[in-house]
Design a protein around this ligand. Sequence first.
Ligand SMILES: Nc1ncnc2c1ncn2[C@@H]1O[C@H](COP(=O)(O)OP(=O)(O)OP(=O)(O)O)[C@@H](O)[C@H]1O
Length: 272
Amino acid sequence: MTPLPPTDAQSVPTPAARGRSLTKVFGEGDTRVVALDGVDVDFARGRFTAIMGPSGSGKSTLMHCMAGLDSVTSGQAFIGDVDLSTLDDKALTVLRRDRVGFVFQAFNLLPTLTAMENITLPMDIAGRKPDRDWLDTVIDTVGLRPRLTHRPSELSGGQQQRVACARALAGRPDIVFADEPTGNLDSRSGADVLHFLRRSVRDMGQTIVMVTHDPTAASYADRVLFLADGRIVDEMLEPTADRVLERLKAFDPDSGGERTAAAGDDTRAAVR
Ligand SMILES: Nc1ncnc2c1ncn2[C@@H]1O[C@H](COP(=O)(O)OP(=O)(O)OP(=O)(O)O)[C@@H](O)[C@H]1O
């Protein structure tokens, strides 16, 4: 008997991470700030998403809540099928350690360890054996093989950030969250890091979510989400730096544009 074709619901894989009605409120009374205002968002597996928006629009808060670094006031954040709000602190720490990779603007490498030791440190702490083939692939993709015995002080900023990226990817996390990964780098080193992040998505199937202010950095992503006032107000697929810049101008009151005006043909206000 011929098996029935899968229904749509069966054929759509679970996103690497998703948020449902995510709301985050800081403070109360006069100091009350709604940093996230009912955000629904999916981060599909094997995709590179950039998050952009004006200062204070909620980018870092969204990333922190999705990554389990901060709790939400209401709503749910999922990594795979796991609802982070159901986890206690210990389970959350284990989930972050085993299933989430982080890259920050400051490289956060341990100065006394070599590049290789920094890369495998999270797995060493977890008592996990690195997958040798995977580690080799990550090291070669990031172009660090000749530098593995160097300490951070013997590496350029770009090389240090590539070590941090390799560390984030070494444990094969479900998703990598990168917060302004090129913020401290010159444009050449930044481009190296972004090429690597994109290759890790295209060649290794990694899922990456990156917060950035830089339209050129965002153009390396498959899609850009635009936040304003704690809400996702736009999405751009296959972005170019020029189109992202155009779209950002609409947020700038001095540019004379409307706050939520759409820029490109394939820019869609509706975000899954
Ligand atoms: N710990 C906190 N306590 C109080 N308010 C906070 C806290 N963290 C963030 N906020 C507020 O929440 C809002 C969103 O902040 P968030 O840092 O997420 O914005 P952002 O888009 O990442 O900004 P930037 O681009 O400047 O980094 C802002 O109004 C900010 O002042």
